[in-house]
Design a protein around this ligand. Structure first.
Ligand code: ARG
Length: 474
C-alpha cells in the first residue's frame, strides 16, 4: 500500500509542495486522460509549434529545440499508430505526453513547458481538435445536401400531402419537402462554419492566465498551427469556451433537424402511411414478432438528439458562474463536445447512406395527396379569382366540404349544380382547377411547390454545392 502511495506521489508533476499522496478517488475524478487522449495529436502539434517558436526566439537553444522536436515527432508517430499507454496517475493528456517525452529524450524534455501552462495548452488543443472534427461534420453536411438534391431530382414528379398540424393541408411535391430539409442543413452548415471561424484563434502563449515573462512570439506559434488569429487577451484566452458552446449550439440545431426528418421517416414508413420503405440494412427486426421491421436508425438519431442538447445545456451550466480565468470545472467541457461531434457525424453518415436506398411509394403518396379535401384552398382561390372576397369564398367552400364529407365523396365529385347552388359564380372549369396536378403546379409563387419552382430550387442548390466544391479545391 505504502509503495503504491509513493508511486502516485512521484508521478505527480506538480507534487513538490504536497506532503500527502492524492486520495485515490480524487485521483480518479480529477483525471481527464480517459477523455482528453482523443486530442493527443493536437497536443503534440501544439507542443511542436511551441518548441519551434521557443527555439526561434532563443528561449531554447537549437540543440534543445531539435531534441524536443525529434522526441515529439517520434511520439506523434506512436500516437498515430495507437502505441501509447496512458497513465491515470498522470491526470491528463498534457502531462502524460510530457512524461513520455522526457522518458524518450531525458530531462531536456522538461524545458518544453517553459512559457506555457496547461491552461493555454488545453484551450489550444481543443480549438485544433474542433477545427478537425468540425471540418468532418461540415463535409458530411455537404454530402447530405447532395443526397437530398439528388433525391429531389429523382422524385420531382412524386406528389404527396403537405401537412400542418399533421392534418392534410395542401398537396406538395415530395422534392419540395426534401428540399425544405436541404435548406435546414444549409443553414446548419453556415452556423457551423461561423462557429469554426471564431474558434480559429490561438490561445497559445497566454500562459496560466497573465501571459509570460519569456520573449515569446505568439503570432509565430499561431501561424505554425494554422490559426487565423491570436487571442488578444490572455485572461480571455484561457477562460473562453464560447467556441465549444457555439459549436454545440450549431450541432444541437442540426440534430433537431435530423430528428424531425427521423420522425417523418418513422411515420412515413409505418403501415398506416406506407409512403416509403426503409432499406433492410438500416432497419432491425424484433426478437418476438417475426413480421417486424423497425426504423431503429431513425429512432436512434431522434433519441441521440437528446445527448447533443444535453452537452450544450451541460456546458452552458458549467460556465455560467465561473470567475475568470481558468477553473477546473472547465475540464468538464470535453466529454460532451467530443460526444456531440461524434454523434452528429455518425447521424449524418447514417442518413447519407440510408436516404438514397429508401424506396418511395409514389402511388400511395399521390393518392393520400388527393384525399382529405387537400384542394379546398384551391376552390376558395378559384372563387376569389372570380371576384368573391376570400373570406366569403372560405366560408362557401367550408360548407361544400361539409356537404361532401356527409356524402363521403371528394369535392370534385360534387355535381356542378350543387357547387353552383352554393355559389353561382362557379363554372365547369372548376374541375380542372381541383385536379391534384394543377393544384400543385398552380403554386408558382417564388419558393412554391410548382414543378418549375422546384426545378429552380434544385438548380440553385446544385449551383451552391458546386461553388462550395470549387472553393474547397481552389
Ligand atoms: N485537464 C485539464 C483540463 O482539461 C487541463 C488544464 C488543467 N489546468 C490546471 N490548472 N489544472 O481542463
Amino acid at each position: 500500500m505504502a509503495g503504491d502511495d509513493t508511486k502516485a506521489r512521484d508521478a505527480r508533476m506538480w507534487g513538490g509542495r504536497f506532503a500527502e499522496p492524492t486520495d485515490q478517488l480524487v485521483q480518479r475524478v480529477n483525471a481527464s486522460i480517459g477523455v482528453d487522449q482523443a486530442m493527443a495529436e493536437e497536443d503534440l502539434l501544439g507542443s511542436l509549434a511551441h518548441a519551434r517558436m521557443l527555439t526561434a526566439q532563443g528561449v531554447l537553444s537549437e540543440a534543445e529545440g531539435a531534441a524536443i522536436v525529434d522526441g515529439l515527432e517520434q511520439l506523434l508517430a506512436e500516437v498515430r499508430a495507437g502505441r501509447v499507454e496512458w497513465q491515470v496517475e498522470l491526470e491528463d493528456v498534457h502531462m502524460n505526453l510530457e512524461r513520455l517525452l522526457t522518458e524518450r529524450i531525458g530531462p531536456v524534455g522538461g524545458k518544453l513547458h517553459t512559457a506555457r501552462s496547461r491552461n493555454d495548452q488545453v484551450a489550444t488543443d481543443m480549438r485544433l481538435y474542433l477545427k478537425r472534427r468540425g471540418a468532418e461534420v461540415r463535409g458530411l453536411l455537404i454530402e447530405l445536401r447532395g443526397v437530398l438534391v439528388d433525391l429531389a431530382e429523382r422524385h420531382l414528379d412524386v406528389i404527396m400531402p403537405g401537412y400542418t398540424h399533421l392534418q392534410v393541408a395542401q398537396p406538395v411535391r415530395f422534392s419540395h419537402h426534401l428540399l425544405a430539409y436541404h435548406e435546414m442543413f444549409r443553414r446548419d452548415q453556415g452556423r457551423l462554419e461561423d462557429a469554426l471561424r471564431r474558434a480559429d484563434v490561438s490561445p497559445l502563449g497566454a500562459g496560466a492566465l497573465a501571459g509570460t515573462t519569456f520573449p515569446i512570439d505568439r503570432h509565430l506559434s499561431a501561424e505554425l498551427l494554422g490559426f487565423a488569429d491570436v487571442a488578444a487577451n490572455s485572461l480571455d484566452a484561457v477562460s473562453d469556451r464560447d467556441f465549444a458552446l457555439e459549436t454545440l449550439a450549431a450541432l444541437a440545431i442540426l440534430m433537431m433537424h435530423l430528428s424531425r426528418l427521423s420522425e417523418e421517416l418513422i411515420f412515413w414508413s409505418s403501415q398506416e402511411f406506407g409512403f416509403v420503405t426503409l432499406p433492410d440494412a438500416y432497419t432491425t427486426g424484433s426478437s418476438i414478432m417475426p413480421q417486424k421491421k423497425n426504423p431503429d436508425v431513425c429512432e436512434l438519431v431522434r433519441g441521440k438528439t437528446g445527448r447533443v442538447y444535453g452537452a450544450l445545456m451541460g456546458l452552458l451550466t458549467v460556465m455560467k458562474g465561473l470567475p475568470l480565468s481558468y477553473n477546473k470545472d472547465m475540464q468538464e467541457d470535453k466529454e460532451g463536445l467530443f460526444d456531440a461531434l461524434a454523434t452528429a457525424a455518425d447521424s449524418l453518415r447514417l442518413y447519407v447512406g440510408m436516404l438514397p436506398r429508401m424506396q418511395v411509394h409514389d402511388k400511395r403518396m399521390r393518392s393520400a395527396a388527393g384525399a382529405a379535401y387537400s384542394n379546398a384552398t384551391d376552390l376558395a382561390d378559384y372563387l376569389a379569382r372570380k371576384g368573391v372576397p376570400f373570406r366569403e369564398a372560405h366560408h362557401v367552400v367550408g360548407r361544400l366540404v361539409g356537404e361532401a364529407l356527409a356524402q363521403g365523396v371528394p369535392l370534385e365529385a360534387l355535381p356542378l349544380e350543387t357547387l353552383q347552388a352554393a355559389e353561382p359564380r362557379i363554372e365547369a372549369d372548376v374541375y380542372a382547377a381541383l385536379d391534384v396536378e394543377s393544384v400543385v403546379d398552380a403554386r408558382r409563387s417564388y419558393g412554391g411547390t410548382a414543378r418549375e419552382r422546384v426545378r429552380e430550387q434544385i438548380t440553385a442548390a446544385r449551383r451552391a454545392l458546386a461553388a462550395e466544391a470549387a472553393e474547397a479545391s481552389a
